[in-house]
Design a protein around this ligand. Structure first.
Ligand code: ADP
Length: 465
């Protein structure tokens, strides 16, 4: 019997771009069989050889950047320049972790009480289930596969059903780079719940690394609790963006555009709430509105397009509902605030770039992840008040601070309850840095040296010699 398939839709045209085999729970179990069979060989492969597979994957991904970027645009909708940026960023995780693969240090110390040595080894945690979202279909996957393979783990990766094509391409790249059979299994499916449950029920699977919504993360943590599976979670955010009156306002507006509009606002790191000190609030709002208004919106492959469609119709409805709620409560949409009415946007999931001023405290838009091109602006008077407002959320992924006073910048950064801070920077992501959140934004870190630790377990050997 031929396998069932599912369609992948271009968010700019609403047309089907490809059909993909729809994996069943039985297919997923077969993928775990292959990953488990490959684990002893891969974990025993010298780190240098594992590193070289990742290094070749980095080179191949860079060489195929145009193809991969076009695939990302076709299934995700982002502008092609951003898609190319994502491919570079994604490839960098392979390069970084090829370098980390040969630096997995253990330790030997004298037992403090005497009588022996305490020897510690780092060992791969085992077969790992990787679940990724649709917003960065390449980078969210390589950020997991890179450290997993470097550490000696084999993986079963389940991409989001909206964007399986990029994941399938990355699987091809890794095989072409020399990853042996079973080391990287890609399982695309419309039955996320059934497939993931089948994988998590398998006793050979020892690790779950998930990037997605806090809601699904909570569900998966409960499922993982059954067999005490080691979990890393990159969940939602509600990033505050603080602008103090002493900030370089040009830099703050530039940074705001990056923090808000990278990926059209469809990023867990997206600035979700702008808090601006009263003396510069009006000026900041005006300049931000000008920049937002000037953005060219359209299909991601068209020349000069800076803002693509959202990923699907549900995304548009959610954004619109949050904007409506804020406006009904008294906010003013100085730009956008609606779906575009122009005929050329009749197909595709577009929403106009939007700036909301006078957003009232308690508005849902300040509490929920917007995941769209909407910037709500709120005014504050005191530094303490700004930090308190910024921290008044169950999320803690990233915060942004703009100030000309570095002492204030560092003091405020220390007081912000988030895993990352952009201080006079609108972009924090870097493969060499530990990415991750506090509170309900997650558990664990991806990237940097910490990224490896999520796929390693310490083994302690008490030795007498
Ligand atoms: P988003 O809101 O960004 O779409 P989700 O958390 O819904 O994020 O999706 C992130 C990933 O989690 C996707 O790969 C999706 O298929 C998967 N997923 C969604 N629901 C479940 C579930 N019940 N069990 C397992 N995986 C799920």
């Amino acid at each position: 019997m031929a396998a069932a398939t599912f369609d992948v839709v271009d968010p700019a045209t609403e047309e089907v771009v490809a059909s993909v085999d729809d994996a069943t729970p039985a297919d997923a179990r077969a993928a775990v069989d292959r990953a488990a069979a490959a684990f002893p060989g891969w974990s025993a492969t010298p780190p240098r050889e594992r590193a070289e597979v990742l290094r070749r994957a980095y080179e191949l991904l860079v060489a195929r950047a145009d193809d991969v970027a076009a695939t990302i645009v076709g299934e995700n909708g982002k502008p092609v320049a951003e898609a190319k940026g994502e491919v570079t960023y994604a490839a960098e995780f392979f390069r970084w972790f090829s370098e980390e693969a040969v630096r997995m240090a253990g330790s030997v110390v004298d037992a403090p009480g005497g009588g022996g040595k305490l020897l510690t080894l780092q060992q791969p945690v085992g077969v790992s289930l990787l679940i990724t979202p649709w917003n960065f279909p390449a980078a969210m996957l390589t950020r997991k596969i890179g450290p997993a393979l470097a550490a000696g783990c084999t993986v079963v990766a389940k991409p989001a059903e909206l964007t399986p094509l990029t994941a399938i391409l990355i699987g091809d790249v890794l095989r072409a780079a020399g990853a042996p059979d079973g080391v990287v299994e890609i399982v695309a499916t419309t039955d996320a719940a059934g497939v993931v449950e089948a994988i998590l029920d398998d006793a050979r699977v020892r690790k779950l690394s998930f990037t997605g919504s806090t809601e699904v993360g909570r569900l998966l943590l409960a499922q993982a609790a059954k067999r005490i599976v080691n979990c890393s979670m990159e969940l939602g955010g509600n990033a505050p963006f603080l602008v103090f009156a002493d900030a370089d306002l040009d830099a703050a507006v530039e940074g705001a555009m990056v923090a808000k509009m990278r990926n059209g606002g469809e990023a867990c790191t997206a600035a979700n709430r702008f808090y601006v000190e009263r003396p510069v609030a009006e000026e900041f709002g005006r300049r931000l509105a000008e920049k937002m208004k000037a953005l060219r919106m359209g299909p991601g492959l068209d020349d000069g397009v800076q803002l693509g469609p959202l990923v699907n119709t549900d995304a548009v409805e959610k954004v619109d509902e949050l904007v409506r709620g804020a406006v009904d409560a008294g906010a003013e949409a100085v730009v956008g605030g609606r779906r575009p009415s122009d005929e050329k946007y009749s197909a595709g999931f577009y929403y106009e770039p939007t700036v909301l001023l006078d957003v009232q405290p308690g508005s849902k838009i300040l509490e929920e992840e917007i995941f769209g091109p909407v910037a709500p602006v709120v005014t504050f008077d005191e530094e303490d008040e700004a930090v308190r407002l910024a921290n008044a959320t169950e999320y803690g992924l990233v915060s942004y601070v703009y100030t000309g006073d570095l002492a204030r910048g560092l003091r405020v950064s220390e007081g912000l309850d988030s895993g990352m801070v952009g201080l006079n920077r609108g972009l924090v992501s870097d493969p060499a840095a530990p990415f991750g959140g506090t509170k309900q934004s997650g558990i664990g870190r991806e990237g940097g040296h910490d990224g490896m630790l999520d796929y390693l377990e310490s083994k302690y050997i008490a030795v007498q010699w």
